[in-house]
Ligand binder design. Structure first.
Ligand code: SF4
Length: 375
């Protein structure tokens, strides 16, 4: 991984105006979808952007690609400021910035063959001639684990996992540097998810790609990311490398997310952090710390003063006034036999196993073997 950032986002803001009225539309406020978000991604790195639905992570991904215009802030791609690019300049730049969408069923045009879908980016960016584009389509299909003859088929002739492979091939077509992966495995079965995540990792190593990986499944994020940025109600609340954030989350919201990950060891569990209430409305976010209405550690200062992202350690930034003094999440190792519902199910399983494992007695045939009397 090279040290030079491919993408630098600084102070990114996106407000959606809200107007009311039938004859005369009047501006009544704004939805603060993304507020002062800053991060960078290096070449060959995966930054995961995680948080609950509606926290602004997909909006951030679309702003980075300039699929929507930011209200303010800076987006520097390979050292060049692209936040102010006009339509034509952005169209030329877009071959270097691509996206993989969440829904492999809705993101492919059902009237186009796979060959047409994959050659479309090459046509739009005027890359190569007809023969080289056809060769590139065959190459792309091979790279994502499909066959060259699949180019003549339509999207409905493929499974969900295969369609997502086509979506990945389309994102790769113009040789991008950065791919925004917007929940690319959320719509797939668990077994297929692993295949797609492994494919993305192989492609990253092979082509030196950088990923902005948007997800809410922290188990998937743990597998693929290098660094993790946690978002709550349009703001980043914690950023750290993967090992640090999974081993020692410092923000109460990150701790709650981590505590909700199911443990694979039945004798090990993290003490649940129960968050109160729903996510507040971004039209009217809480004053001070946006998390104070649900935070189990909130104090008087939290409702009036907004915390900034502060350095807790090298590369680990947290937006909480009190992260230095908060108790760490408790990991409980159960001693003795398991209790409760799990114990009942385990006992039932063991009983069923014993029943099936009862020795099968084969009664010996008392009659002598044929021909034994003669002998
Ligand atoms: Fe909780 Fe206060 Fe920290 Fe916000 S600043 S996360 S409300 S303790």
């Amino acid at each position: 991984m090279s040290e030079a950032p491919v993408l630098e986002v600084s102070g990114l803001v996106k407000h959606f105006p809200v107007a009311r009225g039938v004859l005369r539309r009047k501006l009544v406020g704004v939805v603060r979808a993304v507020e002062d978000v800053s991060f960078e991604i290096k070449r060959g790195e995966t930054l995961a952007l995680v948080g609950e639905s509606g926290c602004g992570k997909s909006t951030t991904g679309r702003l980075v690609l300039r699929l929507m215009n930011p209200t303010s802030g800076s987006i520097r791609f390979k050292g060049e400021e692209i936040a102010g690019f006009d339509r034509d300049a952005m169209r030329r730049m877009r071959r270097h910035l691509q996206i993989i969408f969440q829904d492999p069923y809705a993101s492919l045009n059902p009237r186009m063959t796979v060959g047409d879908i994959l050659s479309e980016p090459l046509n739009v960016h005027e890359i190569g001639d007809a023969a080289s584009r056809a060769a590139r389509v065959r190459e792309l299909l091979g790279v994502v684990g499909l066959q060259a003859e699949h180019a003549a088929r339509y999207p409905h002739q493929f499974s969900g996992g295969q369609r997502q492979r086509i979506g990945i091939a389309r994102a790769l077509a113009a040789n991008p540097d950065l791919i925004v992966c917007d929940e690319p495995v959320s719509a797939l079965d668990v077994s297929i998810q692993a295949q797609i995540v492994n494919l993305l990792q192989n492609l990253q190593q092979r082509f030196g790609l950088s990923y902005l990986f948007i997800a809410h499944d922290l188990a998937v994020v743990k597998h693929i990311s290098d660094r993790v940025a946690v978002m709550y109600l349009g703001k980043l609340v914690e950023v750290a490398d993967k090992r640090t954030i999974y081993a020692r989350p410092l923000h109460p919201y990150t701790q709650a997310l981590m505590a909700a990950i199911p443990k694979t060891d039945p004798n090990l569990r993290t003490k649940r952090v129960m968050l109160q209430g729903d996510v507040p409305n971004p039209f009217n976010p809480p004053t001070g710390c946006r998390f104070h209405t649900r935070c189990p550690h909130a104090q008087a200062r939290c409702s009036v003063e907004e915390p900034t992202l502060r350095e807790a350690a090298s590369g680990h930034r947290v937006a909480c006034h009190f992260f230095e003094t908060l108790p760490p999440p408790v990991i409980v190792a159960r001693s003795g036999p398991p209790k409760g519902k799990f114990a009942e199910r385990l006992a039932a399983f063991e009983a069923a196993k014993q029943k099936n494992a009862a020795p099968i007695v084969i009664a010996r045939d008392p009659s002598p073997p044929k021909g034994a009397a003669k002998a």
